[in-house]
Design a protein around this ligand. Structure first.
Ligand SMILES: *Cc1c(COP(=O)(O)O)cnc(C)c1O
Length: 955
């Protein structure tokens, strides 16, 4: 007898159903199907070497033990990461709620109105706090957001500035080291020269395109940058403020003193530190730059009936259209964390946020006074929440460190011998007294115990914020827990997530996000740690990280792994930078050509451009496979400058191309390295691997293949695995040592990226083990081939391998729909909403197509319902063609149908309400009502509005 195995919960089909499915597919065993699908010459020779699988119960016991190795000390470290009290109503109803954490990026806007509103709240909050008119719906972290600001300022240069080679970025020296490091990483391949110094002494030389200052500064002082901003503008440079979001409740917002861009982290708005992430970064700018803004903007538009409706504006899919000319490679961002931060503002409202800001400021002022009495001098004037203290003679840093550790306190010990102390909303009177006793003991003096925190404001009049913020109704309505809970529920009901039905998005791998894997996220031993704590306080984390690096190296067949990148696209960038550094180290820094197949995901060319590479497109044949002759010709043509070949495998068309090894040899023979986009790893795990196939680097999307939930558009983890010769180049970090001995500089703010959610993938791997992971891959392939077999008489399946099999996903050809039926592919996607389904991937990688990826987690019943829907929709299409349905006024063109519409007194369509809303018998069992009908995207783009205000009337 065995205890309950997790694999039997993770995979959808039951054993007896597998036999039925194999029959439909036309094979006698699962292994026969796999043999027909995965080319023999790339199959793994032996099983993965991973620990024996644990049951869910065993894993929870295990992770509890590992948790106890993390020491949860009081952090006063600051440096961009602060204690915060996540409101329980948000923790329970959003972070721990699959309706929120399992949803996808809101491309299908009509069934995403809830999270779109939540993200619109986030944008509005950012706009109001920064005093700038446009904001996006989150970036990856503060450091990468600052780097995005640099790139945006660079791209904003006038023609003359470009001609004259204006390439200098001035960065004030009082900026967090991780931010500066990431800025430097990003600047190098673009030919940007980063100059650091003191802003007040800086003389502009005429070559500057931009300046970046931190506000309040890294030391902690609030400065008046207005004169400096004016000077920068006069010199033709744009101004970015990296600003602490909480401080903006009390100090003049950047938009009011002349900044063109503001960027930073919203971590302290209720998002636990999590040993570095995930957290949402914000990005706001002046109106004239909106079309060059990185990331996604949520905008307001109207639906078919003229009701207000939200959708992603402008940049949606922009990488897929603009490719290497895209403004950034941001795809997965930090949607779930942005949702939470926005909700934190909704829950606290303007008064609450101001009270929290005032509380931390008052503590800082109070502690500064007490420390002064003990002989510790304040180095900074005009503080917000951070002190920099000098030690009196006779007191050493080591004295303080020793005392602090005894009191379980972490401080920021700076290289100049001073000590940084930051306060946050979780700092209690008790914490303050503990802190003071550390400093008092070191001098042998007594201190007066603090008994109350009086509100003070020591910020000079001229630096104080005068303008109101968070004035919108949404920030002033839900301040009781009941109201807040219901507001969250109200939004939740407008969205389809994985707890409603299958989300068959090709390339996105929307598999089960197992509940057990999510538990540790809510425990303080995991979410309470600052990323820069001494390593002996993070032994649990470091164990998970080290083990994960090993497991992922084993799974990819490569040598070493970094977990630093915060998304797949960030992984692509990291991998390309590592390749670039490898060539440079061999005296071949001129190698800058990257070959990318025309079918590649848009982030591939966008990341290449960011890494300073020149993209050369490789053709695909009419079967969707890479044209090997064209690859060979281009590799040879560029052999002197060939840097890399980026390839997705199995291909973005969902096929295991049999000539993959040949392609890799061609690239290697011409001096290039091979970068494998691991987004499709779900079809490889345990059967083959990038290393086995011959790749030098690959990234993994832990938020696809390894069960981290998609969160409505993030968080993500995009580790890269590299072969031995690239190991020395893995990224370093300026605060916590990571990477190899010839490391590139940091690619993210935190040393191990979004460390807290790595625990999810760790759980997933440990509960499945080698056999379970392989079984999951096989089941993903079976589920896809079962769908293909059942759909093939109704839809044209565009690409299959030489044996007629698909891998883990397939493309349904819809290019003739417009001509034959008068509807678009996206209309078909919207009709699925009436049946309670989220559309598959629309028009990627092939125009006018649907890419379907069921994943291993979907049961046969669910696949069968999906098939029934697809067949029924096909009939609805045929009815348009054969005249049974109206050419214009039909079920598909008018989809989706809302409850208001279906229940209205008037009904003027030639089809029935039943056909519109309950087209198949089972739909009524689990009816989802889209909150709005078809959205007019063009209207919203022409009249770009990206704050809450205009939707008030429909709330
Ligand atoms: C999802 C995906 C990416 C981008 O990954 P993100 O984590 O969203 O940045 C890149 N390539 C392919 C093929 C993908 O499917």
């Amino acid at each position: 007898m065995q205890t309950d195995k997790f694999i039997s919960r993770h995979n959808g089909p039951r054993d007896h159903e597998i036999d039925e499915m194999l029959k439909v597919v036309g094979v006698s065993s699962l292994d026969e199907l796999i043999d027909q699908t995965v080319p023999t010459n790339i199959r793994l020779k032996k099983p993965l070497n991973l620990p024996e699988p644990m049951s869910e119960y065993e894993f929870l016991n295990h992770i509890r033990k590992v948790s106890s190795k993390n020491k949860f000390y009081k952090s006063f470290i600051g440096m961009g990461y602060y204690g915060t009290a996540t409101p329980s109503v948000i923790l329970r109803n959003i972070l721990e709620n699959p309706s929120w954490y399992t949803s996808y990026t809101p491309y299908q806007a009509e069934i995403s109105q809830g999270r779109l509103e939540a993200l619109l709240n986030f944008q509005t909050m950012v706009i109001e706090l920064t005093g700038l008119p446009i904001a996006n719906a989150s970036l990856l972290d503060e450091a990468t957001a600052a780097a995005e600001a640099m790139i945006m300022m660079f791209n904003q240069r006038s023609r003359t500035a470009v001609k004259e080679g204006h390439n200098v970025l001035f960065v004030d020296q009082d900026i967090f080291p991780q931010t500066l490091d990431v800025i430097k990483t990003r600047s190098a391949p673009l030919g940007i020269e980063v100059v650091t110094g003191c802003y007040s002494e800086y003389e502009f030389k005429g070559k500057e395109f931009g300046v970046i200052v931190q506000y309040p500064s890294g030391k902690g002082n609030i400065r008046d940058y207005s004169a400096f901003a004016a000077k920068a503008h006069e010199a033709g440079a744009l101004v970015t403020a990296v600003a602490d979001i909480l401080s903006l409740a009390l100090i003049t917002p950047p938009g009011e003193w002349g900044a063109d861009i503001a960027a930073g982290s919203t971590q302290r708005f209720g998002i636990p530190m999590g040993f570095g992430g995930p957290h949402a970064a914000y990005f706001a700018c002046k109106d004239e730059y909106k079309r060059n803004m990185p990331g996604r903007i949520i905008g307001v538009s109207v639906d078919r009936h003229g009701n207000k409706a939200l959708r992603m504006a402008l940049q949606t899919r922009e990488q897929h259209i603009k490719r290497e000319r895209a403004t950034s490679n941001i795809c997965t961002a930090q949607a779930l964390l942005a949702t939470m931060a926005g909700m934190y503002a909704v829950y606290h409202g303007p008064k609450g946020i101001k009270r929290i800001a005032s509380y931390v400021h008052s503590i800082a002022v109070l502690v500064a006074e007490e420390l002064d009495k003990l002989g510790y001098k304040q180095n900074v004037k005009n503080i917000f929440d951070t002190l920099e203290v000098e030690l009196p003679s006779g007191v050493t840093v080591e004295d303080i460190r020793k005392n602090a550790l005894t009191h379980q306190i972490n401080l920021n010990y700076k290289s100049n011998g001073t000590i940084g102390i930051s306060f946050d909303e979780t700092t209690s009177i008790n914490d303050i007294n503990n802190l003071l006793s550390v400093f008092a003991e070191s001098t042998g003096k007594q201190f007066n115990k603090i008994t109350e925190i009086k509100e003070v404001n020591s910020i000079p009049e001229g630096l104080q914020r005068k303008s109101p913020f968070l004035t919108d109704k949404v920030f002033n309505s839900f301040h009781s827990e009941t109201e807040m809970m219901r507001y969250i529920k109200k939004l939740e009901r407008r969205d389809i997530a994985l707890n409603h039905s299958m989300i068959s998005l090709g390339s996105c791998t929307m598999k089960l996000n197992p509940a057990t894997t999510m538990f540790p996220l809510s425990w303080p031993e995991w979410n309470g740690l600052h990323p820069f704590v001494p390593s002996d306080q993070a032994e649990g984390y470091l164990q998970v990280i080290r083990e994960m690096e090993q497991y992922l190296a084993e799974i990819t067949g490569l040598h070493s792994v970094t977990l630093q990148p915060n998304s797949g696209a960030a992984g692509e960038y990291t991998g390309l930078m590592v390749i670039r550094q490898y060539h440079i180290s061999r005296g071949e820094g001129h190698r800058n050509v990257v070959l990318i197949p025309s079918s590649a995901h848009g982030t591939n060319p966008a990341s290449s451009a960011m890494a300073g590479m020149k993209v050369v497109v490789v053709k695909c044949d009419d079967k969707g496979n890479i044209d090997v002759d064209d690859l060979k010709a281009k590799a040879e043509q560029h052999r002197e400058n060939l840097s890399a070949f980026m390839v997705t495998y199995p291909s973005t068309h969902g096929v295991f191309e049999s000539k993959i090894k040949e392609m890799i040899d061609i690239v290697h023979q011409n001096g290039g390295l091979v970068y494998m986009d691991g987004a499709n790893m779900n079809a490889q795990v345990g059967l083959t691997s990038p290393g086995e196939i011959g790749a030098d680097v690959c990234h993994l999307n832990l938020h696809k293949t390894f069960a981290i939930p998609h969160g409505g558009g993030g968080p993500g983890v995009g580790p890269i695995a590299v072969a031995e010769h690239l190991t020395p180049f893995l990224p370093s970090h300026p605060v916590v040592k990571t990477g190899g001995d010839k490391a590139i500089s940091a690619v993210a703010a935190a040393p191990y990226g979004s460390a807290s959610i790595v625990v999810i993938s760790y759980a997933y791997i440990l509960m499945l083990g080698a056999e379970g992971l392989t079984q999951a891959t096989k089941m993903a392939i079976l589920n896809a081939n079962y769908l293909a077999a059942r759909l093939k008489d109704h839809y044209k399946i565009l690409y299959t391998g030489e044996t007629g099999r698909v891998a883990h996903e397939m493309i349904l050809d819809c290019h003739h729909f417009k001509l034959t039926y008068g509807v678009d592919t996206s209309d078909v996607g919207r009709r699925m909403m009436d049946y309670g389904y989220h559309a598959p991937t629309v028009s990627f990688p092939v125009h006018e197509s649907l890419m379907v990826e069921p994943t291993e987690s979907e049961s046969k019943q669910e696949l069968d319902r999906f098939v029934e829907m697809m067949i029924a929709i096909k009939q609805e299409l045929e009815d348009i063609k054969n005249g049974k349905a109206d050419k214009a006024d039909n079920l598909i063109a008018n989809a989706p149908h809302t409850a208001t519409e279906a229940a209205a007194d008037e009904w003027n369509h030639p089809y029935t309400r039943q056909q519109a809303a309950f087209p198949l018998p089972w739909v009524a069992q689990n009816k989802f009502w889209p909150f709005v009908s078809k959205i007019d995207a063009g209207y919203g783009d022409r009249n770009l509005v990206c704050t809450c205000a205009p939707i008030e009337e429909y709330m």
